[in-house]
Design a protein around this ligand. Structure first.
Ligand SMILES: [Mg+2]
Length: 389
């Protein structure tokens, strides 16, 4: 069986908002087909037009080959071999950035395809499962144009996620720093602390709560001062408190607070994740399966993290394709207690709601170990056409 076709779809919702801090408004999806009519899907989280252009580009020399050129005619079941070949032969263009994102989507699609070829779920092909179910946390992005609207929306969504059966939820509190929502900017961190306290009060102590502050603080002591205000709220982790490159600050913060420090959503390849684990001393590493380089690369991060005693909680802001990939990854990894999950009921993006016809089922806040071949989902190909740009 040979790879016969690679199709790429750059997708965008028509009513996207450039000031919103949600990458679920767009997507880049890859479909890989074989000469025997089987196919697999993958997605990644970066600029859709640029990635499509790269994926469709021909190559021009030995260190800058095109993806089609490398993959067409190859055996799709040689996934790790193909990852190595793509990495080696696109070195000049794809060591990081869009190239690794493109490889991530291809790799995800290849694992989906392999599962269909062998008639097995992906977790089995990755080496087997260490659990009966995977626990998603509800990722909650509030709405609003004022602090009060934002806070009210967050509390409402937190309560709603609990009603939907989620055991854990993450509060997106993006009100400070370069990626604040709708240009909201707080001076005083007690506003941040109040939002955490209100959400904790709303759901009680049984629910696991995490917070994401989108690189809010400029240095570790500012972060520590803010975190001191919520030290009694039993937060599971604080996500991206510091600028992404400040690994020294990250290390100092992680050693100074009782709250786990999490980061890694932007990291590419296992090497960047290893560096962040080793130098940043993070408690939780958060590779995005599509962006880090696919399931092949994400699994290597999981193996390393497990050996180092670090937790893995994969980032995921796209569709149920990526959620399925995270689920199979988590199933193989004991130290991956949660995966990020945008609940359809609480997400704004129509793409998140529409793109996949059959998602992995959620039962009482948990995703049972998938048993269908591949990623175990069914993509709505009509929607691929509808949202194409
Ligand atoms: Mg985040």
């Amino acid at each position: 069986m040979k790879i016969s076709k690679i199709e790429t779809f750059s997708l965008l919702i028509p009513d996207f908002d450039i000031a919103a801090c949600s990458s679920a408004q767009d997507n880049i999806v890859v479909k890989i087909s074989t000469d025997e009519g089987l196919f697999g899907f993958g997605e990644t989280d970066t600029n859709p037009w640029a990635t499509k252009a790269l994926l469709d580009s021909p190559g021009t020399h030995a260190m800058g080959r095109g993806f089609n050129d490398i993959l067409i005619g190859k055996d799709p079941t040689n996934v790790e071999g193909l990852w190595h070949e793509m990495n080696e032969k696109t070195m000049m263009t794809s060591r990081r950035g869009l190239g690794i994102c493109a490889m991530g989507a291809i790799d995800m699609a290849l694992w989906d395809l392999c599962g269909k070829i062998y008639n097995q779920p992906v977790w089995k092909l990755l080496g087997g499962s260490k659990k009966d179910y995977v626990t998603p946390y509800a990722s909650l992005l509030p709405e609003g144009h004022t602090l009060e609207e934002y806070s009210t929306s967050l509390v409402k969504k937190t309560k709603k996620s609990q009603e939907l059966g989620f055991k854990a939820a993450k509060l997106e509190i993006c009100i400070k720093g370069p990626y604040s929502h709708n240009n909201l900017q707080i001076e005083d961190d007690s506003e941040f602390a109040n939002m955490v306290k209100l959400c904790r009060k709303a759901v009680g102590n049984d629910m696991v709560l995490m917070a994401d502050v989108a690189y809010a603080w400029p240095d570790w002591k500012s972060a520590l001062k803010a975190l001191e205000m919520i030290k009694d709220e039993n937060l599971y982790f604080i996500e991206t408190p510091l600028p992404i490159e400040d690994l020294e600050g990250c290390s100092k913060l992680a050693q100074s607070t009782n709250i786990r420090v999490a980061t890694g959503e932007m990291l590419q390849t296992r090497f960047e994740c290893f560096e962040t684990i080793n130098k940043g001393n993070v408690d939780v590493i958060q590779p995005d399966v599509g962006r880090v380089g696919g399931l092949t690369e994400a699994k290597r991060v999981c193996d390393f993290a497990e050996d180092k005693g670090v937790l893995v909680v994969p980032h995921c802001w796209k569709s149920a394709i990526g959620i399925a990939a995270s689920t199979h990854l988590s199933a193989t990894t004991l130290s991956c207690p949660y995966i990020e999950f945008l609940p359809k009921e609480l997400a704004e993006s129509q793409l998140r709601k529409d793109l996949v016809l059959e998602e992995l089922p959620l039962e009482n806040g948990k995703i049972p170990l998938p048993n269908k071949p591949g990623l175990g989902i069914k993509v709505d190909e009509e929607k691929l056409k509808k949202y194409s740009v």
